[in-house]
Design a protein around this ligand. Sequence first.
Ligand code: SF4
Ligand code: SF4
Length: 84
Amino acid sequence: MALLIDDSCINCDMCEPECPNQAITMGEEIYEIDSDLCTECVGHYDKPTCISVCPIDCIDPDPAHQESDDELLLRYHLITGKPI
Ligand code: SF4
Ligand code: SF4
């Protein structure tokens, strides 16, 4: 599933440059994840890299966007243009 940044985010800027899908951008008050671009890092890494770099552990699964690994892998191929 896509991930969600909660409102305890301290805008430390650590996660945004690390996202391989450019899914993280600054929102009105805190950083946000575009659920259409987040693959939970499937296709790129073994685990979500934004969670790894976040110093306060404020990134969690988004209950509104639950997808299987196959769906996330398909999104990875659509985003990157790499053949399946
Ligand atoms: S899980 Fe990966 S793809 Fe999704 S926002 Fe975090 S770094 Fe980006
Ligand atoms: S790494 Fe965590 S605290 Fe820092 S900007 Fe990203 S979500 Fe916010």
